[in-house]
Design a binder for this molecule. Structure first.
Ligand code: SAH
Ligand code: MG
Length: 210
């Protein structure tokens, strides 16, 4: 990364620490630094959860200026977040649906930390794909990791990344012993379809459309 990257302010780091989610700090810093190099405009995050990564993207959007972020999630979690699965959080179950519900937690993140630069869409990515048409300067794919859904999200939204725009993919594990393969397959596809690698930090890959 460049040596002149903006600093993450203490209050943003505190918000990041206080927000539940799936983003280690080193990968979060890399996400922030990459986003700080993106052009202003519309940025799109797929997979909000409670807004942990969103807090960092929001700070990058403030640094860059002239930027609004759309973050998409149905807020009922992925397969691995449901009752009985590895990444289930029993403190966030909605009695009405019986499903994980991250929306109340994200709502607090939005109120306290990101409302100036973030619009939240509560919907499936299939729904949003049906109407999305805005060019995207920074796309962060961190949603469903089932192969068909990861491929769907890439196909639906990467086509809107403008030339020179950035694509970040989380949970990329080239070695099957380290984790699920779908995000890695998405990266391989992106590299075959005109994206070039910019950086690798843990499981975070940043690419740029040529
Ligand atoms: N970026 C977050 C983590 C996202 S976890 C962080 O930094 O902590 C992945 C999210 O994808 C979950 O919240 C889940 O609800 C969402 N998701 C899974 N499948 C989805 C789909 N088909 N449509 C919309 N959101 C989906
Ligand atoms: Mg992730």
């Amino acid at each position: 990364m460049t040596t002149n990257s903006p600093e993450l302010p203490r209050n943003v780091l505190d918000a990041f620490d206080a927000t539940t989610g799936f983003m280690p700090l080193d990968e979060g810093r890399a996400l922030f630094e990459a986003a700080c190099t993106a052009r202003p405009g519309t940025w799109l995050e797929i997979g909000t959860y409670c807004g942990k990564s969103t807090v960092l993207l929001a700070q990058a959007a403030r640094e860059v200026g002239g930027t609004q972020i759309v973050t998409v999630d149905h807020h009922h979690g992925s397969e691995e977040n449901q009752p009985g699965w590895e990444w289930h959080d029993t403190t966030m179950v909605d009695e009405h649906s019986g499903l994980l519900d991250t929306l109340p937690s994200f709502r607090r993140t939005w109120d306290d930390h990101v409302r100036d630069v973030v619009s939240a869409v509560v919907a499936t990515t299939e729904q949003v794909a049906a109407w999305w048409s805005t060019p995207v300067e920074f796309l962060f794919l961190d949603g469903n990791h089932v192969e068909a859904m990861a491929q769907h999200d890439y196909a639906a939204f990467a086509q809107h990344v403008a030339p020179g725009g950035l694509l970040a993919v989380h949970d990329v594990f080239p070695d099957p012993n380290d984790g699920g393969q779908a995000p890695w397959h998405v990266v391989e596809r992106a590299l075959a379809e005109g994206f070039e690698e910019v950086s690798v930090t843990g499981s975070l890959r940043v690419l740029r459309r040529a």
